[in-house]
Design a protein around this ligand. Sequence first.
Ligand code: GDP
Ligand code: CA
Length: 338
Amino acid sequence: MQKITVLSGGVGGARFIQGLLHGIARGSLPGIAADAEVTVIANTADDLWIHGLKVCPDLDTVMYTLGDGIDTERGWGRREETWSAKTELALYGVEPTWFGLGDRDIATHLVRTQMLESGYPLSEVTAALCRRWSQADSWGGVRLLPMTDDRVETHVAVADLEEPSGRRVIHFQEYWVRLRAEVPAEALVFVGLEQSTPAPGVLDAIAEADLVILPPSNPVVSVGTILGVPGIREALAGTAAPVVGLSPIVADTHVHGMAKQMLDAIGVDVTAAAVALHYGSRAAGGVLDGWLVDGSDSSHVAAVESAGIACAAVPLMMTDHDATAAMAAAAIDLVRPA
Ligand code: GDP
Ligand code: CA
């Protein structure tokens, strides 16, 4: 298998891709050549405009991670970051103050915003930004595509008794960063998603793939939004490549992040099996041929299999590149043509 396409969110997706590249480089993935090409289709529904800048958190997390520029402790943003601009903005009393824009990171957003305002689509801007980061050895030849060039934003309804409706709708980033997902998400609104079109290269990357992977990314606000771009589900249904996913839910909760809150918001049980059934079997109009659950969730295997999805239970904690590469190998094994 030469062409691998991954549908990714931010931190979970980026860590998985690192492990996948590690496995490719080491030759430890069954049936995958050392010169296999990886295309990443990243979620852009977390994107926001802030202080006049276009910020794309998931694209940047993947780009900085693969380019070896990520702050590994935080998991997002630039390493050796400084925060002078943020401090100055606060001294001006400019809102919002909850979104952390580091000085180094701002340079990325300045380049992006400038290019967007001169008329380049996000996909071309992303390719331009990646020209710098792809110089790193760790990049692994990855092609990084936004899911769409159109503006799509996930918004979250939260309870607010000061509002006449009892609710307030905020940007997903405000829910996650300012509120730390500590209050229930009562509803999700994917603004612009239904009207969006896949970015150039996205449908071909699925149609021409030898393997499509859904990494352990958020099933609602990362993979879910990618699947919501009209045409992408159909491309997955039609590709000759097997489609395999890895559960982001382990022992009935997310490992990091807020997948639990997002699944609650759409009424899907927070279990590895329920997420698989939510994606559905490709044979029955869904997107999955195979699904990996964590070893602690082995009791869910039968339920996934009875929905027509091949399933196995293996360790799914991305503790280091070797562990993550072993996850990728197990995923490939599950759906590899005999
Ligand atoms: P985000 O955009 O930064 O939130 O990142 P993603 O959507 O790509 O991935 C976030 C999800 O990854 C979390 O909600 C977790 O459920 C999942 N996750 C993170 N680390 C691990 C891990 O080590 N193992 C598994 N199975 N899932 C993980
Ligand atoms: Ca994200």
